[in-house]
Design a protein around this ligand. Sequence first.
Ligand code: EPZ
Length: 418
Amino acid sequence: MGRYVISGGKKLKGALRVNGSKNAALPILAATVLNGSINVLENCPKISDTKTALDILRHIGCETESEDKVLIINSSNISKTEIPEELVKKMRSSIIFMGPMLARFKKVTLYYPGGCELGKRPIDLHISAFRKMGAEIEEENGKIECFCEKLRGCDIELDFPSVGATQNIILAAVLAEGTTIIKNGAKEPEIADLCRFLIKCGAEIEGIGTSEIKITGVKNLKAATHKIIPDRIEAGTYLIMTAAAGGKITLENVNPIHISPLIDVLSKMGCKIKKYTSSITLKSTGHLINIPFVQTLPYPGIPTDIQPQLTALSSVARGLCRFEETIFESRTAHIPELIKMGADIELNGNCEFTVKGVRRLRGSEVFARDLRGGAALITAGLCADGITVVDNSSHVERGYEDIVEKLSEIGADITLKI
Ligand code: EPZ
C-alpha cells in the first residue's frame, strides 16, 4: 500500500495518450475462455485488475503472454472450473467469468466477488438470468456453485440496466441453444466492444449499442484478434484534473462521443474544449463556476465512475452544485476525505449531496477508499495549497496505468512513496 505525495498548485500542460479501457478489457479477457484458441488483445491497459484477470485465466489452465500492451491468451488447455476465493475477491469483475465458464464447460465454482465498496453490489440479476437459461446455482457462505446440462436461450428483461449482468448474459448466450433476447440491457460502450470481439469469434449478436440485444447461440467460436477501445473514464479523469488544476491538456486515443455528457458539464463550468475524431483539447483557468445539478445515469448519461472526480472539481468551483448518485447506493466515501481538505459538502443521505465551492482546498493526509475516490483525492491534491498525501495507492493502481508518470509528464508535482 503506497501513498501519493502531491504538492498542489501546479498548472498542467501537455499531451497524454489514453490507455485501453479497463471495463472493456476485463469482460473481453473473460470471453477468451469461450473459443479454446489463441486470442490476441491489443491496447490492453497494464493495471492490477487486468493482472488479476490474467491470474484467473492462468489458474484455470490458459497460457498467457504479454508484450507491452498486447496480451495473448491461449484457452485451449483449460483444466479447472473452480476459481479460488483469493482471486475472485480482488475485483468485482471476477463474476464475469461465470457466463463463459458455464457456456463452455457447463459448470463453474467461484465466490462472491470483491471490488470497490459502493454499497451491497448484489449479483441477483446475474444469478436469476443463468437460472432462467437452465443453470442450477447453489450459493452457500459466499461460495457459488453452478452447473447445467445445457444453456438454453430465452428472453431476459433486466430490472436495472446492469453492465455486468448484461455482459455475463451475453457471454453465456453466445454458445447457448437457441436465441436470447436481453431487454433493458446496459448500453455502455464497453458492452459494444465485447460484442465486437465476440462477433470476430463467430458469435451472432444484433442490437449492439441498444438496450435490446439479440444473441443467437452457435456451436463453437474461433480465435480472434481485437483492439480494446480507449478508456473513457481515464480520459474523463485527466480532463477533470486539468480543469481543477488549470492549464491545457490534449488527450490522444480517445473517443469524444463516449464522454460527451462530461464534456458538456466541463464546458458549462467554463472550460474551453475542442473535440476531434480521436483527441480532445481542454483549457482551464482553474477558476470555474458550478452548474446547479449533476445526476449520474446509465450510459449515455454522466457516468457514475466520474462522479467522485467531479465532486472534487466542484469543491473548488464557484457556487453550489447538487449531486445525485443514481447508480450505486453509497458512492460517497470520498466526501469525508474531501471535507478534511476544507471542502464544503453537505451529505443528504447516501445518494445526494450539495457542494459549495471554496476558494482553495488545504493539503492534508487523506485515504482512498476505492478506485475512483482515490482519483478524486488526487484531483483535489493537484489544486490544493501545500502537500497532500493520498494513502492506499493500490485502489488507484487497479484502474490507472502509470498515473504518476502521466501527471508528472504534464507538470504535476506527484510522487509515489511505498
Ligand atoms: C460496472 O460495474 C463497472 N465495472 C463499474 O466501474 C461501473 O461503475 C458500473 O458498471 C456502472 O457503470 C466494470 O465494468 C468492471 P452494475 P458493475 O451491475 O457491472 C446493481 C470502476 O470504477 N446491481 O451496472 O458491477 C448494483 O448494485 C467500476 O471502474 C444489482 O442490484 O455495475 C448497482 O447499484 C466501479 N444486481 C447497479 O446495479 C445485480 O445483479 C449498477 O451495477 C447487478 C447489479
